[in-house]
Design a protein around this ligand. Structure first.
Ligand SMILES: Nc1ncnc2c1ncn2[C@@H]1O[C@H](COP(=O)(O)OP(=O)(O)OP(=O)(O)O)[C@@H](O)[C@H]1O
Ligand SMILES: [Mg+2]
Length: 411
């Protein structure tokens, strides 16, 4: 079901999948991928690596996993470890000051897993976990070490060790057979993941993964439905693409719940009615707090309800960020002009506060504020719940966010 990704990356460089492939090919180059959760970062890496015929070993980063623990975890994915003796020493060349020293393997013995290697036995003596891992990767034919969910590596010490590993791998590409670190993390920018060191930045290609364009989202749906022998009408596909809001994650979720529903009903045609009837299930899969945050944000009554109107305008809009003036223009287009728009700017500011659910995030300075959804999954949530202000009965749609009501019984 994988849809090839041809759109520009977050910095506007064309052809994200191809530029990632180039980065993976570049001798000595390390790679950092960043973007919102659910935009398809991990999948993109997997497919770009496959395109390049590069096999990889991937580890999940958790906040309580030290750098050495990550290396050891990767190693254990390749080796059935039989014997392990560790020692901890102060950083030999003082690279890692103060905090804890670096673990070395005094000895480590085991057997390669699977059938990947001609060598069956693996043994290292007095090596750092990184060196041991590189040896094992070499013998097993892996070129990439993927540190996924890299945003969870938060300790300065561990980040420093990763940064140093990037430098080491970049500078010793000939000795290591050009092994690469690929760091993948949820972030708005690369700097917040890897810091601002110029010497690291020089060695690391940064690939910002954006939302998927609608045509690619559509391709996922069409392929998925075809695989399940389902047909879908044009209007249903358009709705599904709108609800997915550029997230392959939501695309799969929507497709899954629609397909399940059809299977229960023993029909094979995706209609708007069935799409709509599947949305409650999708809304239940977002962060539990979303419904409550939207309730905090929306006015309970009153004639104008500017906060609710702003939210519903943003939910329907194709923009990702808005200045005050943009919101005012969209508001005017839908609700007509007002003599004084101070109420609208006040409402906008309120939507960024905790007491109103912190739906929006505000950046920039006074007079030049920029707003966007604090949580990127908020908009697909608003879309699938058909959020509208409580005083607007649009086409008989529901007056309250759907998720604000108790979950429906299975039909
Ligand atoms: N190009 C694609 N074509 C089809 N499906 C995709 C594509 N990219 C991602 N997906 C699907 O979308 C879902 C989310 O993708 P993925 O896990 O790669 O996102 P992510 O950015 O790594 O998310 P997270 O930040 O939560 O780790 C997965 O079910 C994946 O299979
Ligand atoms: Mg991922």
């Amino acid at each position: 079901m994988f849809a090839r990704r041809n759109e520009p990356d977050l910095r506007g460089n064309p052809g994200i999948q191809d530029s990632l492939r180039e980065a993976l090919r570049e001798r000595g180059g390390q790679v950092l991928m960043y973007g919102d959760t659910g935009v398809g970062k991990s999948s993109l890496l997997k497919y770009a690596a496959e395109d390049e015929d590069l096999s990889f070993v991937s580890v999940e980063c958790f906040s309580d996993r030290s750098f050495e623990a990550l290396m050891e975890e990767a190693l254990r994915k390749l080796i059935d470890v039989r014997e392990i003796k560790r020692t901890s020493s102060r950083g030999a060349s003082g690279e890692v000051e103060a905090s804890g020293g670096i673990t070395h393997f005094l000895s480590l013995k085991g057997r390669f897993k699977g059938d990947v290697s001609k060598a069956k036995e693996f043994e290292v003596i007095q090596k750092s976990p990184l060196e041991a891992l590189l040896d094992a990767m070499d013998a097993a034919g892996h070129r990439l070490l993927v540190l996924d969910n890299f945003q969870n590596v938060t300790a300065d010490r561990d980040r420093l060790l990763v940064a140093q590993s990037c430098e080491l791998l970049a500078d010793r590409a000939n000795e290591t057979g050009d092994k690469k670190l690929v760091m993948i993390g949820i972030a708005d920018d690369a700097r917040s993941l890897l810091g601002a060191s110029a010497s690291v930045a020089r060695r690391v290609a940064e690939v910002g993964v954006p939302r998927m364009p609608d045509d690619e989202i559509r391709e996922i749906l069409e392929r998925g439905f075809a695989l399940l022998n389902l047909t879908a009408d044009e209007e249903s596909l358009e709705k599904l693409v709108f609800y997915a809001d550029g997230f392959p994650y939501f695309t799969h979720l929507l497709g899954l719940h629609v397909a399940r529903r059809l299977s229960r009903l023993a029909t094979s045609h995706v209609s708007v009615e069935e799409v709509e009837a599947s949305l409650d299930r999708v809304a239940q899969q977002v962060e539990e707090s979303f419904g409550e945050r939207v309730r905090l944000a929306a006015e309970k009554g009153g004639e104008v309800q500017p906060r609710s109107r702003i939210i519903s305008l943003m939910a329907a809009s194709s923009g990702r960020e808005w200045r005050g003036a943009d919101v005012q223009a969209e508001y005017t287009a839908t609700y007509g002009s007002a003599r004084d728009f101070a109420f609208l700017h006040a409402a906008l500011g309120a939507l960024a506060t905790e007491s109103h659910g912190a739906i929006l995030k505000r950046t920039g300075s006074r007079g030049a504020y920029v707003y966007k959804f604090r949580d990127p999954h908020m908009r697909p949530f608003l879309r699938v719940t058909h959020f509208t202000p409580a005083n607007e009965d649009t086409k008989g749609d529901r007056l309250e966010p759907r998720a604000a009501r108790p979950p429906p019984r299975d039909s």
